[in-house]
Ligand binder design. Structure first.
Ligand code: GUN
Length: 298
């Protein structure tokens, strides 16, 4: 069997084009605005932020990058977030990670207003996702993973999904999202015993562990769907966590690296920002009209 390639680049471009159409119909004062907080000089973070800003501008989302020195203290950073929370022109706020070591990441992410937390990293949103609450803002990468899975048309119900990796950014929320979509979910990590045996049981495999080419062909159940979230740079070349050349011969669907999950992450961040802006505008309207109905267009 040779797997069908799940082309995240094309799917992400289609989603961005749809968003652009919707945003073009919004009155100018309602155009969504995303604030990106970038602390320090991490070169990879700078590239990610530049890409997000460019992608936002292309579809009509305003993007304000707040660049801060890595000498900033936690208190000063929390004050900046508080200002962004109160700024009615800003609909979405993200803080690019990682933060410098002297800053407590949890404190910072918890300070972002949940309604503007378009990365879905605030523990409040992570908790809503864990409770299967529809109003949870779901972090971009797991949301992109789910969209790619849905693109296959395969019914997810009852499938055994194995997630390799337990980070707050990808592994944990991806596992919750798969659980909320009726998969039977196993989460594997660096201390998991017999990893290969567990992975061999996966109908759906999501790998986000940062280990280049860890997953080999003889780890894969015939016809499994393989989603590779890894982006590892080795000698200037990008590799996923899956040995693509081998695994493509055994899976039914597989994402490439690059061109799989990566482009979906940016598209989902933009979708979250658009949806947050709509929700905020609808709430403002309700509070002005005194309407108490839910989700209406009064
Ligand atoms: N660092 C690595 N991935 C991400 C992401 O998706 N969002 C933010 N804010 N920081 C990251």
């Amino acid at each position: 069997m040779t797997a069908e390639i799940l082309d995240g680049k094309t799917l992400a471009a289609d989603i961005r084009a749809e968003l652009a159409k919707k945003i073009a119909t919004m009155p100018g004062e309602n155009m969504p605005v995303l604030a990106v907080v970038l602390v320090g000089e991490n070169e990879a973070s700078k590239i990610y932020v530049r890409n997000k800003k460019k992608a936002a501008a292309e579809i009509g989302i305003g993007c304000e990058v707040v660049e801060l020195s890595d000498t900033i203290g936690e208190k000063a950073l929390l004050e900046i977030i508080s200002e962004l929370n109160m700024n009615h022109h800003v609909n979405g706020i993200i803080v690019q990670l990682p933060l410098p070591k002297h800053i407590n990441t949890l404190n910072v992410l918890s300070a972002i207003s949940p309604e503007k937390d378009v990365d879905g990293f605030n523990p409040y949103n992570a908790g809503l996702l864990a409770c299967k609450e529809p109003k949870a803002i779901v972090s971009a990468t797991p949301k992109g993973v789910l969209k790619l899975l849905q693109k296959t048309g395969v019914d997810l119900q009852g499938k055994h999904a194995v997630v390799v990796g337990r980070s707050n950014i990808v592994g944990r929320p991806a596992a919750m999202l798969l659980l909320n979509n009726d998969c039977t979910v196993s989460i594997a990590h660096s201390k998991t015993k017999n990893l290969k045996e567990l992975v061999l049981q996966a109908d759906i495999l999501v790998v986000a562990c940062g280990c280049p080419k860890l997953i080999k062909k003889d780890w894969i159940k015939d016809g499994a769907i393989v989603i590779d979230v890894g982006i590892n740079r080795v000698d200037g070349k990008l590799y996923g966590d899956v040995d693509f050349e081998e695994v493509v011969e055994k899976a039914s669907y597989i994402t490439p690296v690059p061109g799989g999950v990566g482009p979906m992450t940016v598209a989902m961040l933009l979708e979250n920002t658009y949806e947050a802006a709509l929700r905020q505008q609808s709430e403002t309207k309700h509070s002005k009209t005194g309407c108490s109905c839910e989700n209406c267009h009064c």
